[in-house]
Design a protein. Structure first.
Length: 261
């Protein structure tokens, strides 16, 4: 399996990273993708990778470059040259995470929009997928994707929790949908229509340390918990777990340009 969205470099894992690595290995993870949050994320990721490699699990960590929409404050400006320099590095598998968030605050929406547009332009310029955060901004986010889509933009709407129509529009715009722990919650609406969506556009993710699946809801999430989401998704699709894992792994490898395990 591949966890396509995990903030493994955060301090939430600093005291037991070796145990987290062991549990991830036991459930069959092969790759973990780490989205950036801020300008400091790159150094944190490098330190995490150095520590992780000593565990010899065989699980490969991958970095992204970008700035989370909630990191922007009124008056902030995008340093495009700095972002482009980081995102263009050969060890960066994607641009993000970026996007829009009107849940926590609407004070810096203009800055969020500027940042999103800059990230989208960079993703196309670098031929790398975009990783999108969305909270209470679905219509505007998809409108901006549509405005930028020239046939070259690829990416994923991470932590997808939208409607069937929103899912279809996102897929039509060239996006994949990241399915995480929220999918295991009893009241999630996504299970009602997931069978109508192409499996070739679905990805597994945790968003750890956030949004742990149902058995651990409210606790720290971790990469190994992607197994609970995988099983819930296989059950909803009425397919075998192995076929679900094979297809979502193929999807992730193709989208992010990951090497075979």
């Amino acid at each position: 399996m591949i966890d396509t969205h995990c903030h493994l470099y955060l301090d939430d894992f600093k005291n037991d990273l070796s145990d987290v690595a062991l549990r991830a290995s036991k459930v069959g993870l092969t790759h973990i993708l780490m989205p950036a949050i801020s300008a400091e994320s790159s150094e944190q990721m490098d330190q995490c990778i150095e520590t992780w490699e000593a565990f010899n699990t065989g699980i490969v960590l991958h970095k992204m470059a970008g700035i989370h929409p909630c990191e922007w404050r009124p008056g902030d400006r995008v340093n495009r040259d700095d972002l482009l320099h980081k995102a263009s590095a050969p060890d960066i598998c994607a641009v993000g995470e970026t996007g829009l968030d009107a849940y926590w605050s609407t004070e810096a929406m203009a800055e969020q929009r500027e940042s999103l547009d800059a990230h989208l332009s960079m993703a196309k310029e670098l031929h790398k997928p975009i990783v999108l955060h969305n909270r209470e901004t679905t219509t505007e986010l998809l409108d901006r994707i549509e405005a930028h889509q020239d046939g070259s933009l690829t990416g994923v709407w991470h932590c997808f929790t939208g409607t069937e129509n929103e899912a279809r529009r996102a897929i039509d715009l060239g996006l994949h949908l990241g399915i995480g722990g929220v999918f295991t919650f009893k009241k999630t609406q996504t299970r009602e229509f997931i069978k109508s969506l192409p499996l070739e556009r679905l990805l597994l993710e945790t968003d750890a340390p956030y949004l742990a699946p149902a058995p651990f809801r409210g606790k720290r999430n971790e990469p190994s918990y992607v197994a609970y989401t995988a099983q819930a998704l296989a059950d909803a699709l009425e397919c075998s777990l192995s076929s679900l894992v094979d297809q979502t792994t193929t999807n992730a490898r193709k989208l992010f340009g990951l090497p075979p395990s």
